[in-house]
Design a protein around this ligand. Structure first.
Ligand SMILES: Nc1ncnc2c1ncn2[C@@H]1O[C@H](COP(=O)(O)OP(=O)(O)O)[C@@H](O)[C@H]1O
Ligand SMILES: [Mg+2]
Length: 234
């Protein structure tokens, strides 16, 4: 479904990712691991079209999307749940969700999709009229995921969904990720949390200072000594 070929990208002409290649099959739940500053968010922002790579290609279902705008990519179903949730704090939960479903492909089914999201997150139903900024961190993460689902994501990219959440909320959010995966959604899970991601993803890539250091099934990645060293920066 997604193929990244020899991606080089960075800021102000200085590369941060060096020759990154990665593949995701339809329906897979793949983890992208790495320590702080490894380049995980940079990669996800290049996939969603916030940034454009210096070289390399991004193919989505065989189509070259490397130079498409973020908006065009959302129309194809490439949707990001950004690091730090980025909900619109002054808008209500309902307004945040409706805004998620504003693209042409999703708009005709917004009511139906809203029902799916609210069934997935009953907490959000209780808070539909509440300003998003008044929600707890865990609830904001639910809203950020709900908003991406409203866009009818076909490839859902989650950037550190566990960040700053209490263990109970982390467990809940990962339960939701598992459920979405079982429903057939293709998911790229970007995380610093190694053990948690290894438990939920089928395959993982470990990014170390802008390069893929380890890749394979979660079992292989777990037992590869380079995985730990990528984290410790050895
Ligand atoms: N907007 C930016 N401008 C310049 N450098 C950046 C920017 N965003 C990230 N970087 C740098 O790129 C590297 C990778 O950062 P990032 O992709 O955020 O890593 P991660 O998400 O794995 O923590 C870091 O060295 C960071 O300082
Ligand atoms: Mg990041």
């Amino acid at each position: 479904m997604l193929e990244i070929e020899h991606l080089v990208t960075g800021y102000g002409g200085v590369p941060v990712l060096h020759d990154v290649s990665l593949k995701l099959g339809a329906g897979e739940l793949v983890g992208l691991l790495g320590a702080n500053n490894a380049g995980k968010t940079t990669l996800i922002n290049n996939l969603s079209g916030i940034f454009t790579p210096m070289s390399g290609r991004i193919l989505f279902e065989g189509q070259d999307v490397t130079r498409l705008t973020a908006r065009q990519r959302v129309e194809l179903g490439i949707v990001q749940v950004p690091e730090g949730r980025m909900v619109f704090p002054e808008m209500s939960v309902r307004e945040n969700l409706l805004l998620g479903g504003i693209n042409q492909r999703a708009k005709p089914h917004r009511a139906q999709q809203m029902e799916h999201v609210l069934e997935l997150f009953p907490r959000l139903r209780e808070r539909l009229g509440q300003k998003a900024g008044t929600l707890s961190g865990g609830e904001q993460q639910m809203l950020a995921i709900g908003r991406a689902l409203m866009a009818e994501a076909r490839l859902l990219m989650l950037d550190e969904p566990s960040l700053g959440l209490s263990p109970l909320f982390v467990q809940y959010i990962f339960g939701i990720i598992d459920r979405l995966h079982k429903e057939g959604l293709t998911i790229l899970l970007v995380e610093q949390n190694l053990n948690l991601t290894l438990r939920h993803a089928q395959r993982c890539y470990v990014l170390e200072r802008g390069r893929i250091a380890v890749e394979g099934s979660s079992d292989v990645v777990k037992n590869d000594p380079r995985t730990r060293s990528a984290y410790l920066g050895l």
